[in-house]
Design a protein around this ligand. Structure first.
Ligand code: SF4
Length: 381
């Protein structure tokens, strides 16, 4: 690649905080990342206008991100794809053709995650024009470390948000932590960033005795991870004193799709899905349906207060999983709230449903505690 070509800007679509990882990998190999404006109503409107009406919400948002990226000066738009039984396998071709039809000149390039490390190396080679595989491995390791650290920090944020003494203090600390992580560019800096970022989070004043509810968030991975598309559900629940745990995370996905077995510790999400979903769903039907079904069983197994399932309107695998949940009630005594999101979803009605669900979980928790106390008293008598 010539000196001039090295200045090409490469953009990825947004999905939560993933931009921090991919932009670091690109910077590491000497390619300029172009981070499109964070997904907004404008993005959604652009995407919706230029997408098939019945396609799922992530497609529309990704399309909007690409349009904004190209308008902002990106030379390459890179799409993360993976094969599958649902429409995800068709996303790339659909978006590429639509961009061409709209007359956009940016180059479309794909990163197929299920090609594992080789797919990533090939991608980095194509965007950089280099063949320095050592550098590519360093860039991949840096991005993966950032993904894991960001997921750990988000878990800490969720813990703090449900217990913070001063409203908004966890968010403020989290923003500082993100900046620290974003700036780290090698192993030494990453080790330091991890300490500093958690130190920021630990400064948040907490009420450790607060009676907090525990809720798992499952569903289609894009919606679970992306706060615009899920209307910032984790924050809304945090305000109501709920500690959330995302069942689907990018780090969890990487463990199954990219990271070699020898580097993995414990059971992966997919392995657990195969173990726990089996009585209800016998095989992978695309998207995250198998994982979602198993997540309900896993939430029940741990005795947590509830589980929320978020899916995009018309998402085929999640329509299937939502139809399996009623049959699971026989064995799984955990409250489930299914939420279906599309471009029409209004915040007020959605918050009302969340509040009602939180209310239900609190009453159920109190009832279970009273029953437990009564049964202990009976045993003592
Ligand atoms: S999992 Fe659902 S939302 Fe995601 S691409 Fe497949 S159909 Fe669309």
């Amino acid at each position: 690649m010539t000196e001039e070509k090295k200045k090409l800007k490469v953009a990825f679509p947004h999905m939560g905080l993933i931009y921090i990882a991919w932009s670091a990998a690109l910077r590491k190999i000497g390619v300029e990342p172009y981070i499109p404006p964070y997904t907004s109503k404008r993005t959604l409107s652009l995407g919706t206008k230029n997408s098939p009406e019945a396609i799922c919400l992530p497609y529309k948002l990704i399309m909007g991100n690409f349009i904004e990226a190209i308008e902002g000066g990106a030379d390459y738009v890179a799409m993360i794809t993976s094969p599958g039984c649902c429409r995800l396998g068709e996303y790339g071709a659909g978006i590429n053709h639509a961009l061409e039809d709209m007359g956009y000149k940016a180059n479309y390039i794909e990163l197929t995650l299920y090609d594992g490390i080789n797919g990533m190396l090939d991608f980095l080679k194509r965007v950089s024009g280099k063949t320095d595989y050592i550098l590519f491995i360093r860039a991949i390791v840096l991005a993966i470390r950032k993904v894991f650290l960001l997921d750990d920090l988000q878990a800490r944020l969720s813990y703090c948000r449900a217990r913070e003494k001063v409203y908004g203090s966890s968010e403020k600390a989290f923003k500082k932590a993100l900046k620290i992580v974003d700036e780290a560019m090698n192993t030494r800096q990453m080790n330091k960033a991890k300490k500093l970022a958690f130190a920021e989070m630990n400064k948040v004043e907490l009420d450790e005795n607060r009676d907090v509810l525990h809720v798992d968030i499952t569903g289609e991975i894009y919606l679970v991870c992306d706060k615009f598309s899920n209307q910032d559900i984790l924050k809304e629940l945090g305000k109501m004193g709920v500690e959330t745990r995302k069942s689907l995370t990018v780090s969890g996905f990487l463990k199954d799709a990219i990271i070699p077995k020898i580097f993995r510790k414990g059971e992966t999400h997919l392995q657990r899905a195969n173990r726990l979903a089996k009585p209800y769903l016998m095989r992978d039907i695309g998207g995250d349906a198998l994982e979602c079904v198993s997540d309900v069983a896993y939430a029940d197994e741990r005795g947590i207060d509830g589980i929320i399932h978020i899916s995009p309107f018309t998402c085929m695998p999640e329509i299937m999983s939502q139809n399996i949940f009623p049959a699971m009630r026989e064995n799984c005594d955990v409250p489930i709230l299914p939420l279906i999101m599309d471009e029409q979803t209004g915040k007020a009605g959605y918050l009302t449903r969340l509040e009602a669900f939180v209310d239900l979980m609190r009453r159920r928790k109190r009832k279970l505690e009273i029953e437990k106390r009564n049964s202990q008293q009976t045993t003592n008598v």
